[in-house]
Write a protein that binds this ligand. Structure first.
Ligand code: BG6
Length: 486
């Protein structure tokens, strides 16, 4: 007789940890030979609830390149992890991290992007970071492209709009895989690859003067180049470092129908498919028919080299990772819109929102995990989830962030339920364990961390690291392997 034997809790080797990105933590934007990146030419926003990339033009980039300060560009300063990494990793170790997700800045290794040999000082920095992690038995999970690329490649060939960028990127990935062989067990190719449909921050391509149609055409073409580069990176890694695993990374946004009306259900299904399309290509190795049809109906024609489809089919990713912050609602005829860091969607009356208007939906995480597992049957990894909030530092230098603990507890409970549903889940890296510069608005006061960093929006502060209440809570969670969530 069939006896289900699903684990009631997290597997023993579950990878608990946290996630950051180079351009949001490192700072040191112009030291040791590093080149300027796409993230460092985007100005901080003046409206903290909305991000817009629409104002990135060739002119604005030239102005930014000429500006040698970080006043308007906070991602240039991050939280100075470049000089504080030992202290930060020690704190991660104190919480019991098993894994730390961080990104390698392409422009530290290849400052303009088209050099043939890497910058040794850049490699040496990541050597030091990885050595430090190993000292505490923390496994590195490296994102190869997290919302940045050398600005030189934008100015030279309009970023990922050019097919030449594939070779530039794969020269970088080959260098990384060869240099760090045997020392990095997990890689991700492109952070939130689906957000390439939203523009510059992910494609490095200036497209603000184009019509809506041409913009979409250019973005999907850039994404095709990323798909091919990702598949070729997978091939490289498997050849160079066969024990290491590589995953895709999607900003997963589950879409619910606004009503049981079948036309709303169908509209939601289509939205969902358009989100999952990216993982379909990277995990199943082919463009799904529903997207081929969407392209045909919208006059989008992708230029592909003769081998591209075979390359995608031959080198799918080993596992699927995703960020999870919110869900949205779709109605066949538009619903009221709510915020995300770039996405907007319909309001769900059953959910609360964060201070930035992101709809908080822990149960949606279980739904997402169950559905992704059903669709792909590949190991899953939650590589981002967290709450951006304004924290108060008390006079005696504490941060009582019970709201963050509540948020994380509810999401971890739902992950646990999904594991009991039979989902193969590798780990959980919350975003971002130490306060960092917000991706969407470049604010400092939108804080996610277990660790408070003394720095304000203008970049003033001692950069002192202070443990919040959630620091001690997460320490207990990891120690009990997700059993003690109180
Ligand atoms: C994800 C990104 O979209 O969301 C991160 O991968 C980002 O880089 C995170 O920081 C939170 O977004 P924000 O805009 O609040 O920093």
């Amino acid at each position: 007789m069939y006896k289900p034997s699903f684990p009631k809790t997290f597997p023993k080797d579950f990878l608990w940890g946290g996630a950051t990105a180079a351009n949001q933590v490192e700072g040191a934007w112009n030291v040791d030979g590093k080149g300027l990146t796409t993230a460092e030419v985007v100005k901080k926003t003046t409206d903290r609830k909305h991000m817009s990339m629409d104002d990135v033009t060739t002119e604005s980039i030239k102005t930014a390149v000429a500006d040698k300060t970080d006043t308007l560009y906070p991602k240039r300063r991050g939280v100075d992890a470049y000089h504080h990494y030992q202290e930060d990793i020690k704190l991660f170790a104190e919480m019991g991290f098993k894994v730390y997700r961080f990104s390698i800045a392409w422009s530290r290794l290849f400052p303009q992007g088209d050099e043939t040999e890497p910058n040794q000082a850049g490699l040496a920095f990541y050597d030091r970071v990885i050595d430090e992690l190993h000292k505490y038995h923390i496994q590195p999970l490296v994102t190869l492209s997290h919302y940045e690329m050398p600005i030189g490649l934008t100015l030279k060939q309009n970023g990922w709009a050019s097919r030449d960028t594939i070779a530039d990127f794969n020269r970088f990935t080959r260098t990384v895989f060869t240099h760090f062989k045997g020392r990095v067990p997990y890689y991700l190719t492109f952070n939130e690859i689906n957000t390439g449909t939203w523009g510059f921050h992910a494609t490095g391509a200036i497209d603000t003067t184009l019509s809506k149609h041409d913009q979409l055409q250019l973005r999907y073409q850039a994404l095709h180049h990323q798909f091919v580069a990702s598949a070729l990176a997978t091939k490289q890694l498997h050849e160079i470092d066969p024990d290491a695993k590589i995953g895709s990374m999607l900003a997963r946004m589950q879409t619910y129908p606004a009503t049981p009306n079948p036309v709303d259900v169908r509209a939601a299904q289509l939205e969902d498919d358009k989100n999952l399309f990216f993982t379909d290509v990277q995990a199943r190795g082919e463009y799904p028919e529903f997207m081929n049809r969407y392209f045909a109906e919208n006059g989008i024609k992708l230029a592909m080299a003769p081998d591209d489809q075979a390359t995608l089919a031959k080198y799918p990713v080993d596992f699927i990772s995703f960020s999870y912050y919110m869900t949205t609602v779709t109605k066949a005829d538009a619903a009221e819109q709510v915020n995300g860091n770039m996405a907007t969607g319909g309001r769900n009356p059953y959910l609360k929102e964060s201070d930035w208007g992101w709809q908080i939906d822990p149960v949606g995480l279980r739904i997402t995990l169950d559905e992704l597992w059903d669709r792909y049957r590949k190991p899953l990894f939650v590589v981002e989830n967290g709450l951006g909030a304004v924290d108060q530092l008390t006079a005696d230098r504490h941060v009582h962030d019970s709201y963050r603990i509540d948020y994380l507890r509810q999401h971890i409970q739902q992950m646990k339920a999904a594991v009991a549903d039979g989902v193969q889940l590798m780990g959980y890296t919350m975003w971002g364990p130490i306060d960092l510069i917000s991706f969407s608005t470049s604010e400092m006061s939108k804080r996610y961390g277990f660790i408070y960093v003394d720095q304000d929006d203008a970049g003033k502060g001692s950069l002192e690291r202070i443990k919040k209440d959630s620091f001690y809570w997460y320490q207990k969670v990891i120690k009990s392997n997700g059993e003690d969530l109180d």
